[in-house]
Design a protein around this ligand. Sequence first.
Ligand code: HQG
Length: 180
Amino acid sequence: MDDHQLSKALSYYLRHAPHELGLQLQAGGWVEQNDLLQKLKLEGIQATPEDLERVTRTSDKQRFALDGTRIRANQGHSVPVDLELQPQVPPALLYHGTPRTSLASILKEGLHKGKRHHVHLSPDPQTAVQVGQRRGQPVILTIQAGKMHQQGHPFYCSENGVWLTDRVPPQFLQAPPASS
Ligand code: HQG
């Protein structure tokens, strides 16, 4: 299994399906690396502590974190987990990349978190393009995060720099002009 496949498997099990391995996430989303490696082996996935260290270090989006003997996904969970994130003051503007086909619905309803625990927002438009283009032609929305915060919406920042909030009502969203 190459690093990309291992990263995908770690994302899947640490964010969405620890129970499929018989693992329970500890507070903060942590699991013991040794437990994880043992359970992965039962699923036919051979990996070593060095593999976990390397995939964590080289993940393009810093998806995972190591803490002594433990490993976790930094964000993106669908299973219940308390990541113990502290509310933080966001920058004035944040960005969200989404496929163009979602635009009408988002402008009407705002951004929903869907299956995830939060709506994910990017600190810069370039990152938002990368997120949005996973599903097709992306459109980049600008979010008035500073204004939302002033009006009582809590924001969190994950260890890998993704800004998180519960929802973004439509009045805080701005779409680019239709021609772009
Ligand atoms: C859309 C990846 C219609 C939303 C990325 C998005 C990110 C709506 C999709 C992280 C909507 C949910 C998260 C509404 C939201 N109507 N569509 N009212 N509200 N949506 O994957 O932000 O590779 O759950 O725009 O890089 O795309 O996993 O969220 O298109 O950081 O590490 O519903 O996942 O990181 O999709 O991506 P997702 P996301 P990883």
